[in-house]
Design a protein around this ligand. Structure first.
Ligand SMILES: Cc1cc2nc3c(=O)[nH]c(=O)nc-3n(C[C@H](O)[C@H](O)[C@H](O)COP(=O)(O)O)c2cc1C
Ligand code: SF4
Length: 550
């Protein structure tokens, strides 16, 4: 148990084991992930411990846990024995929680009530809101490292790869490449030195899934990486995480240290001959460094720019060696698959989209936060049943998925199942899981301009179509939003978008035109209103004054 889990004590002062006598009657879980931490969550942990102690409740444990998901309502405190959740808690007003704790009778943990929680299926996030992310003991107590021990004692590398292949797991970093196939390519690639890299660069606007996983359950990612290393015959691993995620990095560092001390990382893991260790590399926040070849260059200490593929990193990656790169969420699925079996995993989902997906709900939605749902759940269920609908009851207009390379899905597709294939069919893509919800106050030309501004800013400049094209497309969009464009500009925008898509070197440039294509496909009338009527239907764009000829 961590230092913070103190019975009715300010957490950091004395560990629970030292102070607590007799059985624990109740717990108070305090969300200490970044969103709640930014609203003094740690002070709540301390004050709640003090208040419970002052009320004579020495049989209560106040515990730091990871993200509870409902970020919009934070800071959050939960009493797991009753499922009761307290929203918008202030460190100076913990009295009602202490009063509620007083009435608790010991019992099994209950999930918090309400549609936000009840519609979710938690695999990657199964420990969220319950586990102390800085406690290896807590992780072990929840089945942590069972999968790695099973793999090392009962399975061959080939069997592990087959299990991942059968599960149907696909990469959660964006493209949805089959994970088992990638693992097999790395395992079979010639070379004695192989690497595993965890991509935690997460740069899409509105996305915070990977950050939440690292802040809430870092051991899980390390366990997934170790299993992958065993399966592909790698001995060294790197986690490439953006430096703007200080809490995630601190928790990862703590988890690596504890895992090394306990023999889950390093030489001779779990008393076998298997050796694997992990280092962290911090990214400086360039979006393009999430692209796998740019990421590898950055880890090697070079400027982070993409290179043409093939050769793919699976064959020729870090320092020229076969390298497995997977996303944080991809790795976080692995322990559960090995523990519960590929059949259990592949029973969730639809068609070729198996398992669950973690989404970050952002924008004009009531319950902004983090959710995990089975693949194939409809957008309507995610936005309305889990997300609580649109703020102020305004009409839903669109949801943007897939980050700057994605698209805007209009209301007519609200009942569409969210799968890799269906999203591509409607002109968007799954991406890493950011869902930005928009209502009638969003101008879709302005939205396309926002994403193009992001891309032109983040373009590494290595190839001309992207470097020049993203700026040119932004200038044309800007002209439209200022009421200065004509139909020739619109035609030029469409032509240019096609060229940039086809001619760019990496996914950043190839995907940059997608927000234009999708907004033109579903909201062309808004473009026309700007051009032909000098009118922004959403009332967002401010037009330049028309010059009246003398
Ligand atoms: C511009 C760009 C940015 C990317 N950023 C990320 C990222 O932040 N995280 C990530 O996992 N994958 C990112 N990717 C995808 C990676 O190149 C790679 O496909 C992925 O890490 C593979 O992991 P997966 O198979 O588990 O999805 C990005 C791709 C591009 C083109
Ligand atoms: S497409 Fe853009 S980000 Fe990618 S290599 Fe070319 S200039 Fe760089």
């Amino acid at each position: 148990m961590s230092e913070q889990n103190a019975p009715a004590r300010p957490a950091r002062r004395r560990p629970a084991e030292e102070t607590h006598e007799g059985p624990t009657r109740a717990h108070a879980y305090v969300c200490e992930a970044a969103s709640c931490m930014s609203l003094q969550a740690h002070d709540i942990t301390v004050k709640l411990g003090e208040a419970a102690a002052a009320a004579g409740q020495s049989d209560v444990i106040v515990k730091r846990v990871g993200c509870m998901g409902l970020c919009a309502a934070g800071p959050l405190v939960q009493i797991p024995e009753t499922g009761e959740m307290f929203n918008a808690v202030s460190p100076d007003a913990v009295g009602p929680i202490v009063a509620a704790l007083k009435k608790v009778k010991p019992g099994a943990e209950k999930l918090p009530h309400g549609p936000f929680f009840e519609h979710q299926v938690r695999v990657v996030t199964e420990n969220f809101g319950e586990l102390d992310p800085e406690s290896l003991d807590d992780y072990l107590g929840r089945g942590g490292y069972e999968a790695l021990q099973k793999v090392l004692s009962e399975m061959t590398s080939t069997e592990v790869r087959e299990e991942i292949t059968k599960s149907g797991l696909r990469g959660r970093g964006g493209a949805g490449y089959p994970t088992g196939l990638k693992w097999t390519t790395v395992a079979k690639a010639p070379g004695t030195q192989k690497y595993v890299i965890c991509n935690a660069d997460e740069g899409d606007p509105g996305a915070f899934m990977d950050r939440s996983v690292l802040e809430s359950d870092p051991f899980r990612v390390l366990e997934g990486m170790a299993i992958a290393a065993f399966a592909v015959h790698a001995t060294e691993g790197y986690i490439y995480c953006r430096a703007e995620y200080p809490l995630a990095v601190a928790r990862l560092r703590s988890a690596i240290r504890q895992a090394q001390r306990a023999g889950f990382l390093g030489q001779g893991i779990a008393d076998t001959s298997f050796t694997f260790d992990v280092q962290i590399r911090l990214g400086a926040g360039a979006f393009v460094c999430g692209e796998e070849t740019a990421l590898i260059a950055s880890v090697e200490g070079k400027r982070g720019t993409p290179r043409p593929r093939p050769p793919y990193p699976a064959v020729e990656g870090l320092f020229g060696c076969p390298t497995l790169i997977n996303n944080v969420e991809s790795f976080a699925n692995v322990p559960a698959i090995l523990r519960k079996g590929s059949e259990w995993y592949s029973a969730m989902g639809v068609g070729k989209s198996k398992g669950t997906k973690v989404f970050a709900l952002a924008g004009r939605i009531v319950n902004t936060g983090l959710v995990e749902v089975p693949m194939g759940m409809s957008l309507r269920e995610i936005v309305y049943d889990i997300g609580g609908g649109i703020i102020d009851g305004r009409p839903f207009k669109a949801v943007q998925t897939g980050g700057p390379s994605g698209g805007c899905i209009p209301a007519q597709f609200l009942d569409m199942p969210m799968t890799y294939e269906s999203l591509i069919e409607v002109g968007s893509f799954m991406g890493s899981g950011g869902l930005i919800v928009m209502d009638d106050t969003s101008c879709m030309v302005d939205v396309a301009k926002y994403f193009m501004d992001f891309c032109r800013d983040e373009s590494c400049g290595k190839c001309v179509p992207c470097r020049v094209g993203t700026t040119q497309m932004w200038m044309l969009l800007d002209k439209i939003t200022r009421g200065q464009a004509d139909l020739i500009d619109l035609a030029q925008l469409e032509r240019l978008a096609g060229v940039v898509q086809k001619m760019s070197l990496c996914g950043l440039g190839q995907g940059a035109p997608n927000p234009i294509f999708s907004t033109l496909r579903y909201f062309r009338d808004e473009y026309m209103a700007h051009i032909e009527e000098r009118r922004c239907p959403a009332g967002v764009c401010e037009f330049d004054a028309v010059e009246v000829p003398a």
